[in-house]
Design a protein around this ligand. Structure first.
Ligand code: CP
Ligand code: NVA
Length: 308
C-alpha cells in the first residue's frame, strides 16, 4: 500500500518524482484562478477524508483545494466529532473509512495513531503531522528551495531552535535528498538520536552546533519553527522560551548565512519570538512560497498514493 507516512519510509526515486511532478503541475496551472480544475483530473471520482485532531490552516486548506483541482472530493473531519475521539478503536475506524473513501490524510498527536490507521486501512494514508514528524511540510520546503536555487543536493541547511517534528522530517529529507544539515539549539531540545543516526548512515553530514552564529555561517538555507508546538504543554512555555531565546533568527544572525541564503518557516509563526518580522518579510524569506507549495507538493503526494 503506497502510504505516505514519512520521508525516510518512502523510496528516494519516488520522492524525487513527486517533487518534479509537483513543479510541473504548478507551472501548468500558473495564473489560473485557484478553483479552476487542472487540465488532467487524476483524482476524478476519488473521495478523500481529511482528519484533524489538531488545529490547521495550511494543511487543511491546501489538501482540500488540491483534491478539488485534481477532480476529487473531500470531507474534512474533526477527530473530536468522530467516534474515534469517543472510544472507537483506530483499527475499526480505519476499516470503516476504507469502505467509504479512497484516501485518508490524518493530523494527530501520537505517531502510533497514524501507524495503526495505516496498518488497518485498505486505502493509502498520508501523515499530515504527528508529534514526531511533518513530512508533507518538508516536501513543500524541498520544492520551494529547488524552485529558487536549483538542486538541494550538497547544500547546507541550518535549523535554529527546537529539535521538533518539523526538524525530524528535515533530517529524513537530508538522508533522501542528500544535503548536509546543522542543528543549533539547546541540549534539552535536541532532535531524536535515531533520526540523526539515520541521516548520518545515509552519508550526509549532521552537525550539532550550540552557537547559532557558527551554525548559520555559510548556510544555504536557514530554517526555524515555533518554540512551543501543538503537542507541547503550555506549562513548558516559559522554560522553552528561556532555552530558545538565544536562537531567534534575526537580521544579525541571517547576515552570517551565505548572501543568497533562503529563510524558511513552516508557519504559523510567533513573530518576534523564533524569528523577527524583518527576517520573515525580508529579502531571504520564502515563507509564503513555502505555504503555497504545500498545495503543489501534496497534489503529487496524493497522486503517488493513488497511483494516478
Ligand atoms: N505548516 C502547517 O502545517 O500549518 P498548519 O498547522 O496551518 O496546517
Ligand atoms: N512544530 C509545529 C508545526 C506546526 C505546523 C507543531 O507541531 O505545532
Amino acid at each position: 500500500m503506497p502510504h505516505f507516512l514519512d520521508i525516510h519510509k518512502t523510496d528516494t526515486s519516488a520522492l524525487r518524482d513527486m517533487i518534479d511532478q509537483a513543479r510541473a503541475m504548478k507551472s501548468a496551472r500558473a495564473g489560473r484562478p485557484k478553483g479552476a480544475p487542472d487540465d488532467t483530473q487524476p483524482l476524478a471520482g476519488q473521495m478523500v477524508a481529511l482528519i484533524f485532531e489538531k488545529p490547521s490552516t495550511r494543511t487543511r486548506v491546501s489538501f482540500d483545494v488540491g483534491v478539488r483541482q485534481m477532480g476529487g472530493q473531500t470531507m474534512v473531519l474533526s477527530g473530536n466529532d468522530m467516534q474515534l475521539g469517543h472510544g472507537e478503536t483506530i483499527a475499526d475506524t480505519a476499516r470503516v473509512l476504507s469502505r467509504y473513501v479512497d484516501l485518508i490524510m490524518i493530523r494527530t498527536f501520537d505517531e502510533s495513531v497514524l501507524l495503526e490507521l495505516a496498518d488497518h486501512a485498505t486505502v493509502p494514508v498520508i501523515n499530515g503531522l504527528t508529534d514526531r514528524t511533518h513530512p508533507c511540510q518538508i516536501m513543500a520546503d524541498i520544492l520551494t528551495y529547488e524552485e529558487h536555487r536549483g538542486p538541494i543536493r550538497g547544500r547546507r541547511v541550518t535549523w535554529c531552535g527546537d529539535g521538533n517534528n518539523v526538524f525530524s522530517s528535515f533530517l529524513h529529507a537530508a538522508a533522501r535528498f542528500g544535503f548536509d544539515i546543522t542543528f543549533s539549539g539547546p541540549t534539552a531540545l535536541d532532535p531524536e538520536d535515531d533520526f540523526i543516526g539515520l541521516a548520518r548512515d545515509a552519508g550526509v553530514s549532521v552537525t550539532i552546533e550550540r552557537d547559532p552564529v557558527a551554525a548559520v555561517e555559510g548556510a544555504d538555507l536557514v530554517v526555524t519553527d515555533t518554540w512551543v508546538s501543538m503537542h507541547d504543554s503550555q506549562s513548558t512555555k516559559e522554560r522553552r522560551h528561556n532555552l530558545l531565546r538565544g536562537y531567534q533568527v534575526n537580521e544579525a544572525l541571517m547576515a552570517h548565512a551565505k548572501p543568497d541564503a533562503l529563510f524558511m518557516h513552516c508557519l504559523p509563526a510567533h513573530r518576534g519570538e523564533e524569528a523577527t518580522s524583518a527576517v520573515m518579510d525580508g529579502p531571504h524569506s520564502v515563507i509564503f512560497d513555502e505555504a503555497e507549495n504545500r498545495l503543489h507538493a501534496q497534489k503529487a503526494i496524493m497522486r503517488y498514493c493513488l497511483g494516478t
